[in-house]
Design a protein. Structure first.
Length: 285
């Protein structure tokens, strides 16, 4: 009996290690509205936590997936709260989207192994990092499209930093799955030795973008802020140009500077204002 209890405790230290199909779905008590709930959803290597926003209409509604940034610092990842982008999510919900924001393995309460390391600055593998994180997104999408309130149609991908890189990777992996992509400060290896404006192997990042984009077809809106200390607009343009050679239509936007660091422009209220017009044009039937 003691061994069984210990095994159960160890299992539940990470959500990804101890879930069954019956456990998937909303896990918070909820309230009068299902507009925003915490769900447990299957990832590529086990269960992940996700914030799910739903519109009032019963559906089925199109799906948008918002993907968070990351870090090679394990302590930083462990302290991450549930990722949330309420301004973007509410804008999407108001236009009829279901929004899911998964917390990928190796982060916060999802826990489990970190699957998407890019390696060291000296020998990074940016392509592998993108494909690993994209695999989680693909699993989450497959599960969400089984829900009766979600339409089985190509999805909208939105990503920030490493989450943007993951979205770009998935658009290349599964071009028929993706309707459009919006990336804020997409990339990996944003800081060499944690120094601002010092990238890890930018030439290799640009080359990896070409590989990921070679099979991508969905239009991409690229946003890089004027004072992003991880990925400058100049580097962003090179990444976008490299990725788009495969045939993915591209809209490149230099977003306004932020007081602290433009890398986090996605959280600013201006982010919705800047992206709304071009995204509305892309999504128009």
């Amino acid at each position: 009996m003691i061994r069984v209890r210990i095994a159960a405790i160890c299992c539940c230290l990470a959500l990804s290690a101890c879930s069954t199909a019956s456990q998937f779905g909303p896990i918070d008590p909820g309230g009068a509205s299902d507009a925003r709930r915490i769900w447990l959803v299957p990832g590529s290597a086990g269960a992940v936590r996700a914030v799910v926003y739903r519109p009032q209409n019963p559906g089925p509604a199109p799906l948008a997936v918002i993907s968070h940034g990351s870090s090679e610092d394990a302590a930083y990842r462990a302290q991450m709260s549930d990722p949330d982008y309420p301004l973007l999510a509410q804008w999407l919900v108001s236009r009829g989207f279901v929004v899911v924001i998964p917390q990928r393995p190796g982060h916060g309460q999802t826990g489990g192994p970190y699957l998407e390391t890019a390696g060291t600055c000296e020998r990074p593998d940016f392509k592998a990092a993108g494909l690993a994180s994209a695999a989680t997104l693909e699993s989450v999408i497959a599960y969400m499209r089984e829900q009766p309130f979600v339409a089985r149609e190509p999805v909208l991908l939105i990503g920030h930093s490493a989450g943007g890189w993951a979205s770009l990777a998935l658009a290349g992996m599964k071009p028929d799955l993706v309707r459009a992509v919006v990336v804020f400060a997409a990339g990996r290896g944003g800081r060499s030795n944690n120094q601002p404006n010092s990238n890890c192997a930018p030439d290799q990042l640009i080359a990896a973008a070409a590989e990921l984009g070679s099979t991508a077809r969905a239009p991409v809106i690229w946003l890089y802020s004027e004072n992003d200390s991880y990925f400058s607009p100049a580097l962003g343009r090179s990444i976008a140009a490299s990725y788009s050679r495969g045939g993915s239509p591209s809209i490149f936007i230099v977003a306004p500077a932020m007081k602290e660091d433009g890398h986090f422009f996605v959280h600013d209220k201006q982010a919705v204002t800047v992206v709304s017009a071009p995204l509305t044009r892309i999504l128009r039937p």
